[in-house]
Ligand binder design. Structure first.
Ligand code: COA
Length: 229
């Protein structure tokens, strides 16, 4: 389990400090920051020897960080689904609400599916679930075993596919598509008007899957930035 602390250095920003892993500090703004706020934040950052990165930022959110020397770390595609027509895919898996007892298996699947920068621990799963006022957390079961999971969130008109992962040994048989369409059905029933998802530009398989389900690439690309040392 990763050891981490959450720091509140200025209002509207969460800073995650990790004892080990691919970064030491991650800056997660909850709103758009001004040039002066980013300056104040940098002044208050604890001394570090490891990488300092941001969460995924839109082009306009990136500006004050770039003004203070942050540079590109990783680009993300942003995709949007307008729910018309709604995707409809099934698979051999059964999708059901996740239970507390599924967490160990969910963390295992996540660790098999994502590299160390993006992998979630228990706190990360909690944060993905709490990122929106309501959320839908499900697992896919195949022959009685949990083989995938998805977290979808809803906040007014937009909904968000927060997380999606399928055990690599059973990928390519429709379970990922099934989890996405189940999340879209949930969001539509809650009167969301569209769904957003982001994925690493390098993750061509995921982008292709989303596009095959009717997601369209947004013109804005998101970027994780880093503060060079
Ligand atoms: C992305 C991910 C969730 C997709 O899950 P999956 O279960 O493999 O998804 P599907 O099986 O529905 O679709 C994957 C591919 O298999 C194909 N496929 C689906 N059902 C199929 C079937 N019955 N027979 C053959 N191929 C099939 C799909 O067309 C798709 O092909 P494509 O890559 O050419 O688009 C999975 O690869 C994963 O966990 N990746 C790592 C984590 C990740 O990237 N998550 C998303 C981050 S945003």
């Amino acid at each position: 389990m990763l050891l981490e602390r959450r720091l509140r250095l200025i209002r509207g920003v969460r800073v995650v400090q990790r004892a080990s892993g691919p970064f030491e500090l991650q800056i997660v703004p909850m709103r758009r920051l001004s040039h002066d706020e980013v300056a104040r934040l940098i002044e208050r950052l604890p001394e570090t020897t490891g990488p300092v990165v941001t969460s995924a930022l839109s082009p306009v959110e990136q500006v004050p960080f770039r003004d203070h020397g942050f540079t590109d770390f990783e680009a993300l595609h942003l995709l949007r689904h307008a729910f018309a027509p709604a995707p409809n895919r099934s698979s051999p898996a059964v999708i059901r609400p996740a239970r507390r007892s599924d967490l160990k298996r969910v963390l295992e699947i996540d660790a098999q599916c994502f590299d160390s920068f993006w992998v979630l621990d228990r706190a990360g799963i909690d944060a993905a679930r709490k990122a929106t006022p309501s959320h839908h957390y499900v697992v896919a079961e195949l022959n009685g075993n949990v083989v995938g999971y998805a977290i979808t969130g809803h906040a007014g008109a937009p909904s968000f596919l927060q997380r999606l992962a399928v055990d690599p040994t059973v990928q390519g048989i429709g379970i990922g598509s099934h989890l996405v369409t189940e999340g879209v059905t949930w969001a539509m029933a809650r009167r969301a008007l569209h769904m957003m998802v982001n994925t690493q530009v390098s993750n061509e398989g995921a982008a292709r899957l989303y596009q095959s389900l009717g997601f369209v690439l947004d013109t804005d690309q998101l970027m994780v930035l880093e503060l060079p040392r």
